[in-house]
Design a binder for this molecule. Structure first.
Ligand code: MLT
Length: 323
């Protein structure tokens, strides 16, 4: 008797999960952006969300849940029902680095289901215009000559801009004084205003201000120039050979979200990334869409684990202190 009831319940659960997946989405979906509005992660979420709505036939809203280098926003998704209606957008910082710095209270690999790898962009070394330097060499000399460390804006300990700063310190031997914000959007505002000295920022965040001439760019952290910002030399050309860093992003949902729902969300995101109008926007921001074979949920899972293995040693060695 007990066996029959159990079998019936299991069948019922499976049936309702399938029914839920078939019926997905039946109400609005929320993408949790763990950084400030107007920043690179927020912009990517808004461009994607707007196009994914069309494929999914349902409204996608963006909610900014900021703090602790994005770990609060990711935590919000981890604790959400595994039904596909709450999506985490994040990147190397939130879904790799933070695990080596914070006692998160959740596991970045086992408490989240990967959905899709999103576009990536190189970092760019930018400074306020008041810095008396026109080349990367002059910038490094100015920083070395300064009696106090240059101030570097970040989106918090563990964020992409912070990990890039740590890497910059490693390859140059120059100490930085980090100034944390809830995202690189407010950090960029302060750079334009001359309140901080530099940011090792995502190109997609700084590119508009560089073009406007309100800040100065010295190099992109890649082996090749970026088509939409070809005036900016590479770190190899500018005198920091090998200082390469690409910040990739991704989408995740809570652990236990039905596979069919993950597949639907993945398909909608891939369709969005293949849309010519969306591509044009990404190209303009210096964002590179991954190749098709990298656009499966499994590919993101594999990539995330590889990045954890690659970056955690450097991050742990930096012995980052968080308040
Ligand atoms: C942001 O959207 O503010 C950035 O992704 C922050 C960062 O990690 O640097």
């Amino acid at each position: 008797m007990r066996k029959t009831v159990l079998a019936a319940l299991t069948a019922l659960a499976a049936f309702s999960a399938t029914a839920r997946a078939d019926n997905f989405p039946s109400h609005p979906i929320t993408i949790i952006v763990p950084f400030s509005a107007g920043g690179p992660t927020d912009s990517m979420a808004r461009i994607l969300g707007e196009r994914m709505q069309r494929s999914l036939g349902q409204t996608i809203t963006i909610e900014n849940v900021t703090g602790a280098a994005g770990s609060l926003g990711v935590g919000r998704v981890v604790r959400s029902p595994p039904d596909g209606y709450t999506i985490s957008i994040g990147h190397l910082g939130t879904h790799v680095a933070n695990g080596a710095i914070y006692n998160l209270g959740y596991d970045l690999v086992t408490d989240l289901e990967p959905v899709v790898l999103l576009p990536s962009n190189p970092m760019v070394i930018v400074s306020k215009n008041a810095v008396p330097a026109k080349t990367l060499g002059e910038l490094l000399a100015w920083m070395k000559a300064k009696p106090t460390p240059a101030t570097a804006g970040t989106a918090g300990a563990g964020s992409g801009s912070h990990i890039a700063g740590l890497y910059f310190e490693n390859v140059t031997g120059i100490k930085l004084q980090y100034v944390p914000y809830r995202g690189t959007a407010p950090a960029l505002n302060d750079l334009v205003a001359g309140q901080i000295d530099i940011i090792v920022d995502q190109l997609s965040n700084s590119i508009a201000q560089v073009r406007a001439g309100t800040i100065r760019a010295y190099a992109v952290t890649d082996g090749k120039r970026v088509e939409s910002a070809s005036e900016i030399p590479t770190t190899d050309e500018a005198g920091l050979p090998g200082f390469h860093m690409t910040l990739w992003s991704g989408l995740w949902v809570p652990k236990g979200t039905p596979k069919d729902i993950v597949t639907k969300l993945n398909a909608a995101a891939v369709e969005a990334m293949n849309d010519p109008a969306v591509r044009k926007k990404f190209d303009g921001l210096g964002l590179q869409v991954p190749p098709p074979d990298q656009l499966t949920p499994e590919a993101l899972g594999t990539w995330q684990k590889a990045e954890i293995a690659k970056w955690w040693p450097m991050i742990k060695a930096a012995n980052v202190k968080v308040q």
